[in-house]
Write a protein that binds this ligand. Structure first.
Ligand SMILES: O=C(O)CCC(=O)C(=O)O
Length: 295
């Protein structure tokens, strides 16, 4: 595992094979069934918490276009058995072990954060602009340096359940501010015509079951096509070592439902402890958390 951490630290992302995160075919099948059920509920309108085509960043729960490129809150108790399958996996020994290795923390420090699902829109193509999840595109170089230096206490990941070629990253940009050329490609609200116009960018392709763990402040974007099925588990987890540094990135998604007893009661002991740490972080905040990025 240490070699994966070295790659992650150097590149800002690392791709892990299926066996490290998904221990059996039964687990893979259960994740795929849960994801497909939730995607179907979202597309039919039965699940309202979705990312709609045309809207890049939180807040997502708005009226508008029906076509969705993502589903929010997949551990929500209203999603019943499907949410349970996904919560069990999110808190599983396999996932927690990898996160602890990459973040450099102990299991007793892990905090529950976001768990969403990325899906193909049904009738539109769509893309995000180049962004860092918690540093605005108009940040000064100094603000970028400070933001990146403070961003070591959590990790984000995409676990593909179908082959997935939607994500592009610029390796190494989790550590350094943008060059002037990279800034020029990431300063407007518009997605690029071609992601490869960004200096240093590469596409990342995942086979079913593979996971890319990445620093969510690496320069990255997603491109979405209705032509190819996508069901990619999209999650992040943090460590209490980060204090409140991850609060805005997490709480901007609207996690009030996590405070309900019925969610807590559906988790195992480890999951409950992870949730308690998140709720403590939330309680420690005063005022509005606001949003990381501008739509
Ligand atoms: O679709 C993806 O893989 C990337 C999503 C993304 O960049 C985001 O949610 O900020």
């Amino acid at each position: 595992m240490e070699e994966y951490r070295t790659i992650y630290d150097t590149q800002g992302y690392v791709v892990l094979p299926r066996t490290l995160l998904i221990p059996s075919q039964d687990v893979f099948d259960a994740l795929l069934t849960a994801a497909n059920n939730i995607a179907a509920k979202t597309r039919s309108g039965a699940w309202p918490h979705r990312r709609i085509v045309g809207r890049q960043f939180p807040p997502f729960d708005l009226e508008g276009e029906d076509d969705a490129w993502g589903v929010q809150h997949v551990m929500h108790p209203d999603l019943a058995g499907d949410a349970k399958v996904l919560a069990e996996w999110y808190t599983s020994p396999e996932v927690c072990k990898v996160v602890c290795t990459l973040v450099g923390c102990r299991e007793e420090e892990l905090q529950m954060e976001l768990f969403n699902l990325l899906i193909n829109p049904q009738s539109h193509n769509f893309a995000l602009r180049w962004h860092r999840d918690d540093i605005r595109g108009d940040a000064t170089t100094e603000d970028e340096e400070n933001g990146l230096a403070a961003w070591n206490f959590g990790v984000q990941w995409n676990t593909a359940l179908y082959k997935d070629s939607c994500l592009y990253v610029v390796p190494g940009t989790h550590k350094v501010p943008r060059t002037s050329a990279q800034r020029a490609h990431s300063s407007t609200l518009d997605p690029p015509e071609n992601p490869l116009d960004m200096p240093g960018s590469i596409p990342l392709t995942l086979q079913p079951g593979e996971t890319v763990f990445y620093n969510s402040n690496i320069l990255h974007l997603g491109t979405y096509t209705s032509a190819t099925p996508r069901a990619t588990l999209h999650a992040c987890m943090g460590s209490t070592q980060g204090g409140s540094s991850r609060a805005r990135n997490v709480l901007q998604h609207g996690l009030e439902w996590m405070e309900e007893n019925r969610f807590k009661e559906g988790l195992d002991e480890k999951g409950r402890a992870m949730l308690e740490r998140t709720l403590m972080m939330k309680e420690g905040l005063s005022g509005e958390v606001g949003y990381s990025l501008v739509n």
